[in-house]
Design a protein around this ligand. Structure first.
Ligand SMILES: [Zn+2]
Length: 173
């Protein structure tokens, strides 16, 4: 396991962790924002309760258009190569290939449709992928990172398309 060159391999999706599939960043500077930990009663008061980026909001103190947050995918996925099963981490750019939408769109869909994340994970299980993996640069990172992903099945459809069909949502509605 020496060398920092990315490796490309064929694999099959064994499982996807659907319990924690995204994180929040500032929509201006892309810095990670703290997760909202309280899941209590205060969900109705939309964006005002969201954590704001202290950098952008400080710099934009005069500007009323304060920063907002957006979600990015961050997904733990077990994959099986021809020799082993292991867990990799997949960030937004790669995850969009499999999900077919942004993390915000996916999150909004999930708010309206129960079990969206679970179903998406099931839908993607068993898919054959060609993935390019890079070693974590940060010594604390425990998983190889998916830097590119190519679905190999000829009839592959992104998860959101399958979900829309399953849940009977027509595009654009
Ligand atoms: Zn910011």
């Amino acid at each position: 396991m020496e060398g920092d060159e990315p490796t490309t391999l064929m694999c099959t999706v064994v499982a996807i962790d659907h319990t924690n599939f995204c994180y929040r960043v500032c929509s201006i500077c892309d810095r990670t924002l703290p997760e909202i930990t309280n899941t209590s009663t205060n969900t109705s008061s939309s964006s005002s309760s969201l954590p704001l980026c202290k950098y952008c909001n400080f710099n934009n103190a005069i500007n009323p258009s304060r920063s907002t947050s957006k979600r990015l995918f961050r997904i733990l996925m077990s994959i099986a190569s021809d020799t082993k099963v292991f867990v990799v981490i997949m960030f937004d750019r790669a995850a969009r290939v499999l999900f077919g939408c942004s993390a915000d769109e996916f999150f909004d869909f999930a708010k309206l449709h129960p079990f969206t994340a679970e179903t998406a994970a099931k839908v993607l299980e068993g898919e054959m992928l060609r993935v390019t993996l890079s070693k974590p640069k940060n010594g604390n990172a425990q998983h190889q990172r998916v830097v590119a992903v190519v679905p190999l099945r000829s009839g592959f459809r992104p998860a959101i398309e399958t979900l829309r069909e399953l849940y009977g949502v027509t595009v654009g509605s």
